[in-house]
Structure formats: C-alpha cells, structure tokens
Ligand binder design. Structure first.
Ligand code: NAP
Length: 253
C-alpha cells in the first residue's frame, strides 16, 4: 500500500491535453492539488475543469519568465510545490535534409531548454517541500529508438535524460528525486495529428497490439511521485507495451 499523496501540490506543464492531461487527471483523482499549464489559457481552463485540477494558467515553457510565473503561481495558489511533472513537448516532423534552423530551435527550445527552465524555476519550492519530485516526460524516441523525421526531437528527448542524470546528483541532498518516463506510442491529440498510417503502423509494431493510454503514463508518473519511490533517482521507466523489445518484424507477427 502506498502512502496517499492527497493534498500534495503538483504542477503539470503541457497539461491541457494528451499525456499531460492524463497525468493531471490521475493526480487530481488521487486527491492532489494540481496546477495545469499550457500556452492556450482557454484550453488550460477547460482541462482543469474536466480533471478537477485546483488551477490553471497560460505559460510557455521555452520562456524563463513564464516558468518563473508558474513557480510563483504554485507558491501563491498551492502554497508550495511537491511534484513537478515537466511534460510539455512538441514533435513536428522534418527529415534531416529539410530541417530548418527554426525547427531545431523550436523543438530544442520547448522540449530541452523548456525542461531545464521549468525545473530551475521550481527549485526553491521543491527544496522547501522536503520530498520534492521531478518527473520528466521523455520518449522512447531518442533515448532508445529512432524514427525518420525526428532527428531534432530524438535529440531533445535524449538530452532530457542527460539533464536528468546530473540534476539528480545535484538535488539528491535536498531530498529531490529526478526521474523520467519514456512513453512509447500513446493515443493523444498530438499523436492523432500524425495520421492513420502512422497510428496503424505503430499498432502493428507493438506486441500488445494497441497504443497506450494517457492514464497508463499518469499512473507511472504517480508511482514515481510516491514516498515509496523516494530512493529512485536519475532513472527511466519505459511504458511502451513492449514496442522496443522485438528484434525483427517477425517477432511481432
Ligand atoms: P499533445 O497532445 O500535443 O500535448 C502537448 C501539450 O504540451 C499540450 O498541453 C500543449 O499545450 C503543451 N505545450 C506545447 N508546447 C508548449 C510550450 N511551449 N509551453 C507549454 N506547453 C506547451 O502531446 P502529447 O502526445 O500529449 O505529448 C506530451 C509529451 O509526451 C511530450 O513531451 C511528448 O514529447 C511526449 N511523448 C508523447 C508520446 C505520444 O505517443 N503521444 C510518446 C512519447 C513521448 P499548448 O499547445 O496549449 O501549449
């Protein structure tokens, strides 16, 4: 039996839809007080209402000032911060030969720099918590696998893990753990936008023959936020229905 996390203060970046909304729903369902963020304030308000979050706000993780505003809002509205879910991310596709400098800047700016800025801004609150938890949403793409069109994305997601390992060491004495969840293919609004061919191709490559749900990621994040996971830091958990296991297409046929 895990110690309840009811009442804990939680921030979920990119919580307005998809995986972030699923994480927010799982934490709110467990009685935590959740602040949902995203760039679209109306979407954040709707998501917060739907999942029973304590609050919402518009913030762009690629902007330092916005990350500081999120930390200030957590202090003001939640009275502090125990769990930071750095989830916001983008995954536009472009082959290496066509990749524009702006594409690289945007993907690294949101996914990698945004992760660092978010954690940095929340550090004082996480230290004050006494049991601070940082859970990053990385990906199998980059750390474990590759996929055409995602050189920049894969680099950003692998880069999050490089950040995580040193942050975990630096913050260990503050009682803060820093871990990452690596989702496989999870059915979200963002992923649906990649089209039916992508979704069908991925489904065929997954031994469980289905995409994951946002709640399955949410529950993994919730586990990493528990007191009982307090000795786990700098680690990754792959949640992919076995997608990264097959050695060949025949292994899943
Ligand atoms: P999604 O449905 O497109 O949702 C992305 C969320 O991030 C939205 O709430 C979006 O809200 C927010 N966001 C985007 N840019 C932002 C920014 N600059 N500042 C703040 N918030 C921002 O995507 P998803 O599929 O749920 O993916 C969520 C995370 O999981 C990403 O880090 C992604 O790389 C990772 N992931 C997803 C999958 C998958 O299969 N779906 C697999 C592996 C990893 P706004 O647009 O309003 O800002």
């Amino acid at each position: 039996m895990f110690t309840p996390i009811a009442g804990r203060a939680v921030v979920v970046t990119g919580g307005t839809r998809g995986i972030g909304k699923g994480i927010a729903a799982v934490f709110a369902g467990a009685g935590a007080r959740v602040l949902v963020t995203g760039r679209d304030e109306a979407a954040a308000r709707t998501a917060a209402d739907e999942v029973g979050a304590a609050g919402y706000m518009a913030a762009d993780v690629s902007r330092k000032a916005d990350c500081e505003k999120v930390a200030a809002a957590a202090a003001e509205r939640l009275g502090g911060l125990d769990v930071l879910c750095a989830n916001a991310g983008v995954f536009p596709s472009a082959r290496l030969g066509d990749l524009a400098e702006d594409d690289i800047d945007r993907v690294l700016g949101v996914n990698l720099k945004g992760t660092i800025l978010t954690v940095q801004a929340c550090l004082p609150l996480l230290r004050a918590s006494g049991h601070g938890r940082v859970i990053l949403t990385s990906s199998i793409t980059g750390p474990v696998t590759g996929y055409p069109g995602w050189t920049h994305y894969g680099a950003s997601k692998a880069g999050q893990l490089g950040f995580m390992r040193t942050a975990a060491i630096e913050l260990a004495r503050d009682g803060i753990t820093v871990n990452a969840v690596l989702p496989g293919n999870i059915m979200t609004e963002g992923l649906a936008g990649l089209g039916d061919d992508y979704v069908n191709g991925m489904t065929a490559a997954i031994p469980m023959r289905r995409l994951g749900t946002v709640e399955e990621i949410g529950h993994t994040v919730l586990f990493l936020a528990t007191d009982e996971a307090g000795y786990i830091t700098g680690q990754t958990i792959v949640v992919d229905g076995g997608q990264t296991l097959p050695e060949s297409p025949e292994a899943v046929s």
